[in-house]
Design a protein around this ligand. Structure first.
Ligand SMILES: C[S@@+](CC[C@H](N)C(=O)[O-])C[C@H]1O[C@@H](n2cnc3c(N)ncnc32)[C@H](O)[C@@H]1O
Length: 254
């Protein structure tokens, strides 16, 4: 199935190239989950964990898993309108209940241009309908609710999550912010030096991992002790149907 949100850096297309490379495992841990395209596309594993440092995003997952009916009841009254978008954008998530927080985050992602997180802007197009579709929400989110029912949802930094779930039969999917785009998901959550810290943690694990990352000479040098492959993929480059072809690295320890 598909993820229920478009997300900056979402790996909807790359999953096709990575899934055949996932080794046998018992525990699946998606450390930088974002929209968790990999979780939604792959077969279910025996134990599954998704983690992200973004509390609003993780609240959305938790609310869909635990309070879907209330979430839908609230969102049913929202219009796709610029005023509504601006009102949500101005709200301070810390003053909201978890359900309000989840609705706000979901609405801003669904109605914003290019699914930007840091400073979203209202998206309108003459060539396509709004992505926020009240008529489909219940059906779409019910499927997500079922998929998340047996998934652990964590809200921790990667350096806590990886050692916590590391076992010989754990597989980690690692999809950090791109090199040179470290603060695309917010300031102060991931920095250039984290690529070194992450490498040091990954070089000590008992489990297996695949990391997807943009192809730069700095990343190649930092991760030269691991297996590095190049894969072609494409991304939306703004505007309807514009795709940009890029090469990404898949780095693994097996
Ligand atoms: C490239 S996106 C992941 C996209 C995801 N694979 C998908 O398909 O949607 C990177 C994610 O890492 C999260 N992140 C950034 N710094 C983090 C940290 N220190 N620990 C855990 N997650 C972090 C961001 O909030 C963002 O959601």
């Amino acid at each position: 199935m598909n993820s229920f949100i478009a997300y900056m850096g979402g790996k909807s297309l790359l999953t096709k190239k990575i899934i055949p490379k996932i080794p046998a495992h018992k525990c699946y841990c998606e450390v930088f989950a974002g929209a968790a395209w990999m979780l939604f596309k792959k077969e279910e594993s025996e134990v599954e964990i998704i983690n992200d440092i973004n509390t609003d995003l993780v609240t959305l997952y938790r609310v869909i898993k635990l309070h879907l009916v209330e979430f839908i009841r609230y969102i049913n009254w929202i219009l796709v309108a610029r005023d509504e978008f601006d009102r949500f954008k101005k709200e301070n998530p810390e003053t909201l209940t978890d359900i309000q927080k989840a609705v706000r985050f979901y609405f801003l992602l669904k109605s914003g241009y290019a699914a930007r997180i840091d400073n979203p802007s209202f998206s309108v197009a003459v060539s396509s309908k709004p992505r926020f579709n009240l008529l489909r929400i219940e059906e779409e989110l019910s499927a997500v609710y079922l998929r998340l029912a047996r998934v652990y949802i964590e809200n921790k930094p990667y350096e806590t999550i990886i050692p916590r779930f590391d076992r010989p039969d754990t597989f980690f999917y690692i999809d950090p912010p791109y090199y040179d785009c470290e603060d695309y998901y917010g300031k102060g959550i991931f920095s250039r030096t984290d690529f070194t810290t992450l490498r040091d943690i990954l070089s000590k694990i008992n489990g297996k991992f695949i990391m997807s990352i943009n192809d730069t000479k700095e990343i190649r040098a930092l991760y030269k002790g691991f297996k590095i492959e190049t894969v072609k993929t494409s991304y939306s480059a703004g505007g309807a149907n514009k795709k940009k072809q890029v090469e990404e690295l898949l780095i693994s320890n097996y």
